[in-house]
Design a protein around this ligand. Structure first.
Ligand code: ZN
Length: 338
């Protein structure tokens, strides 16, 4: 088992063995069964490419008629995923993590309504920006991170103990944590039911799970279709609505204590994807968003016009037609097991 230097076993470690293949169950006729609720009858929801990198291969998303989960049919295998997580992608993620004191302040305020101290695990902690924001407060901090480099940075800046590797292989014992956080990570993970079962197992009774995912049911997702930046094909494997996220959490014995949707200021990225395609139809190939710097003047002017007109009307309707682009949810493990 691979671990970062300096991790100690204040929380008892157990071995869950190697992770399994992320195959989706089939009904026997080759049709996917819903990986969250097990229902048959999923139908194609949309097809689209990786617009962030400007690649042409198209992916198919299917939707469960029962719980409304949307997922990537035939996703790349875990061993191929490094082709889709480029340096440009990592750069973008780390830049958005570093520039977010307001974001962490909001999330800490939301969390403090439920827990003020104890053992806290940040799943997919990246380079530890959120963990660092909790430094000096009465928390024992833990993280899980795939990248050894990110984990090491997180440990240094936050004092947290960070496990390097897959969440499903992390060796934490049952009833270890008062809080588990998972921000913009769950949608990237294979096998959501197993992940959520692990959350339910690791939380102490009464412990809370604070999760953020893009809202596939949002007004923006509906309006932009395959241009919606929240799709992040094929890096996002699962696309949640408030209903499917709640169903998933309940499958692991967690109950909703707070769930709301919020607007996301990154809507400009979806507009850029639309704009790029408009140019492409007249033979002008724009540099993909992944490799582009700050928006130039013509783009900024066009975006402003769109924002001032159609988009404003659309967003004003958001609460009526599925809510904002991101789901902020807090679930709690039952205090006593039946
Ligand atoms: Zn379902």
């Amino acid at each position: 088992m691979k671990m970062t230097a300096g991790i100690t076993n204040e929380i008892e470690l157990i071995d869950h063995g190697a992770r399994r293949d992320p195959s989706v169950a089939s009904d026997g006729n080759g049709n996917d069964l819903c990986p969250v609720c097990g229902h048959a009858g999923a139908s194609e929801w949309l097809r689209g490419p990786d617009r962030f990198h400007g690649r042409l291969e198209k992916y198919t998303l299917v939707r469960c008629p029962a719980c409304s989960l949307v997922w990537l049919s035939h996703p790349p295998k875990p061993a191929e995923m490094n082709l889709h997580y480029t340096d440009a992608y990592h750069k973008l993620i780390s830049a958005s993590g570093e520039n977010s004191p307001v974001r962490w302040k909001d999330r800490k305020a939301a969390l403090k309504q439920w827990k003020q101290s104890g053992a806290l695990l940040d799943m997919g902690c990246s380079s530890g920006s959120f963990l660092e924001s909790l430094k000096g407060e009465p928390w024992k901090l833990y993280g899980i991170e795939m990248s050894a480099e990110g984990a090491k940075t997180a440990e240094v800046r936050s004092g947290a103990k960070v496990y390097v590797g897959d969440i499903l292989n992390a060796p934490f014992a049952r009833d270890s944590f008062d809080v588990i956080t998972c921000f913009d990570v769950l949608e990237h993970l294979y096998e959501p039911r197993k992940i959520m079962a692990r959350v339910g197992e690791w939380l102490k009774p009464g412990g809370v799970f604070y999760v953020l995912v893009p809202n596939v049911n949002s007004a923006e997702a509906r309006a932009f279709g395959s241009y919606w930046h929240g799709l992040e094909l094929p890096r996002h494997l699962f696309h949640y609505s408030p209903a499917s996220l709640k169903f998933l959490a309940e499958s692991a014995g967690l109950r909703e204590v707070s769930l709301e949707t919020r607007r996301n200021p990154a809507v400009g990225t979806s507009l850029r994807y639309v704009w790029d395609d408009v140019f492409r139809t007249v033979g002008i190939h724009q540099t993909p968003v992944a490799y582009r710097g700050e928006a130039g003047f013509p783009w900024r002017a066009a975006r402003k016009v769109v924002r001032m007109t159609a988009l404003r009307a659309l967003l004003a309707m958001a609460p009526l037609v599925g809510g904002g682009e991101s789901i902020h949810a807090i679930f709690q493990k039952e205090k006593t097991l039946a």
